[in-house]
Design a protein around this ligand. Structure first.
Ligand code: GTQ
Ligand code: FE2
Length: 351
């Protein structure tokens, strides 16, 4: 307590007591420090073995049951009370076994799926369209869009779920609704509908504002862009060759609250440190390397990653990347809350 507050004055204690009884407090009184988001690395073999074990012991439930989805959630050690990956975003890993269906619902939280494992026969139906899921594909289920998942194949399908659910909770804007007419919504659109309708040739009337619409970014379209740029451009000094999964109509962020990126670090490449007021969660698609993240520019916590690992770089932490291989590129998929900070004029960056 500051010196200006005379703690010997018995009236002060009485004031504190009366205020506490009436749900009031003085600015001069201490409070619990907010828990800090920490840099953290989740090693894939541990995540994956827990997910596979959950496939044995957790039966996928109906839509009104707690196990309506079978996911293992990445919990930041600083945010265990919230069970959350960052303050805004949740990243989890979901398993749908052959023959299983995760039933239909919708919520205000925007979600995306980034496919890690599967033979392409599994799909998420979004607003009446089956979006088939092959490794590396990114499927958007934006705010308030109906979605259900079905694995009609013979092998497991595993993907990363990313939702802005914690932001929704902070804003008291987290609402959801179960589909009332059965476990799955009807399929009303041809496969590829959204990608075609929102492509470079599209109806003149297509003007979603900064709204995101259902969409799939195929890895088979993304990888050639990375490969071509890696061979022909210098890339970004902080991130190597960096691509944004742009909203196909506006060219802006992937969704209003979450931007998705993919980056390519050349063999042996080392990037320059920078920091910014947005938090990022990474997933290693390919390769092995080190990300140093910390509050000091030259003294961070090295996170040494390999394929499929996930890690967090918190807001305003200096960070840089190194591809530890001299022969192979490294590819990182990432999600960030940067669009939220930008839309509130709170985004800034330093290097
Ligand atoms: O697949 O619909 O990880 O609603 C969390 C909430 C996945 C889903 C999550 C969800 C889903
Ligand atoms: Fe959902």
């Amino acid at each position: 307590m500051s010196e200006a507050v005379n703690t010997d004055d018995p009236r002060l204690e009485e004031l504190h007591r009366i205020m506490a009884e009436n749900s009031l407090a003085g600015h001069w009184q201490p409070r619990q420090p907010a828990p800090a988001l920490q840099p953290h690395l989740w090693r894939w073999p541990v995540v994956y073995s827990c997910l596979m074990e959950s496939g044995e012991v957790v039966k996928l439930g109906h839509i009104d049951e707690a196990a309506k989805r079978r996911t293992v959630q990445l919990v930041n050690p600083g945010l265990t009370a919230f069970k959350s990956t960052t303050r805004t975003i949740q990243m989890s890993v979901q398993l749908v076994k052959p023959g299983e269906r995760a039933e239909c619902h919708r919520h205000t939280a925007a979600a995306l799926r980034f496919v890690v494992e599967g033979d392409g026969t599994g799909f998420t139906t979004v607003e009446g369209e089956e979006m088939h899921m092959e490794p590396g594909d990114l499927v958007l289920t934006p705010s308030w869009t109906w979605h259900d998942h079905y694995n009609q194949g013979e092998s497991n399908i595993v993907w990363l779920d990313v939702l802005d659910v914690h932001l929704m909770n902070h804003l008291d804007a987290n609402f959801h609704e179960n589909y009332g007419e059965g476990p799955a919504q009807p399929v009303t659109k041809a496969e590829g509908y959204s990608r075609h309708r929102l492509g470079a040739v599209r109806p003149l009337t297509e003007s979603p504002g900064n709204h995101a619409l259902p969409y799939t970014y195929k890895w088979s379209d993304t990888l050639p862009v990375l490969e071509q740029l890696a061979g022909s451009s210098d890339g970004d000094p902080h991130d190597g060759v960096l691509l944004q999964y742009a909203n196909p109509v506006t060219g802006g962020p992937t969704m209003p609250t979450i931007d998705c990126r993919v980056q390519w670090l050349r063999p042996g490449e080392s990037t320059r440190p920078h920091r910014h007021t947005s938090s990022t969660i990474y997933h290693v698609m390919q390769g092995a390397g080190t990300t140093v993240a910390g509050k000091d520019k030259n003294n961070g916590n090295p996170m040494t990653w390999t394929e499929q690992d996930c890690f967090v770089v918190p807001s305003w932490h200096w960070h840089h990347f190194k591809n530890d291989s001299q022969t192979e590129p490294a590819i990182l998929f990432s999600v960030t809350d940067r669009p939220v900070l930008e839309s509130l004029n709170l985004y800034s960056e330093e290097d």
